[in-house]
Design a protein. Structure first.
Length: 161
């Protein structure tokens, strides 16, 4: 069974987001083994960080993300400059990764300052949910829903209309 990891920075704080993620995680269990790997958010001591400080945060978070990615994993970096896809295209991308021998797909959601160049360079696919900016917690809910939708599309289920 395909393994899907969501590797993300920060914890979910609102119960309604946690409940939604739990529901989609339960639904996904019929299609894949889902893992959610939460990594600590780096702290900046300044209320108005400069570029060097934010670059340090991005690099530190990126380094911890890279430690969680397996050498043979298919990696999807969630970033605003990535490719926008329909739900059907996402389903096809997941299916293609599996057909090409990938047993683990890692979806990466960075911290509030974004993903490091190292993580983006490692990615097999850079994916954008939208040109709009979403809170990272909401992005995780949307991603789990879209993963469920993608598996439903691939299996010919009735969830996707």
């Amino acid at each position: 069974m395909l393994r899907i990891n969501i590797i993300c920075i920060g914890k979910i704080k609102e119960k309604y987001f946690s409940d939604a993620i739990a529901e989609y995680s339960k639904r996904l269990s019929a299609f894949c083994r889902l893992g959610i790997i939460e990594l600590a958010e780096e702290r900046i001591r300044s209320n108005t960080p400069n570029r060097a400080q934010t670059d340090e945060v991005i690099a530190a978070e990126g380094s911890r993300i890279m430690q969680k990615i397996g050498a043979s994993d298919y990696v999807v970096a969630m970033c605003i400059e990535g490719k926008m896809m329909s739900s059907e295209e996402l389903a096809a991308a997941i299916g293609n990764a599996a057909v090409n021998g990938k047993s683990t797909i890692d979806f990466i959601i960075g911290g509030s300052y974004g993903l490091s160049g190292e993580v983006k360079a490692r990615a097999d696919l850079r994916l954008s949910m939208s040109r709009m900016t979403f809170p990272h917690q909401l992005a995780r809910v949307v991603l789990t829903e879209q993963l469920y939708r993608a598996f439903e599309i691939s299996s010919g289920g009735k969830y996707h209309k």
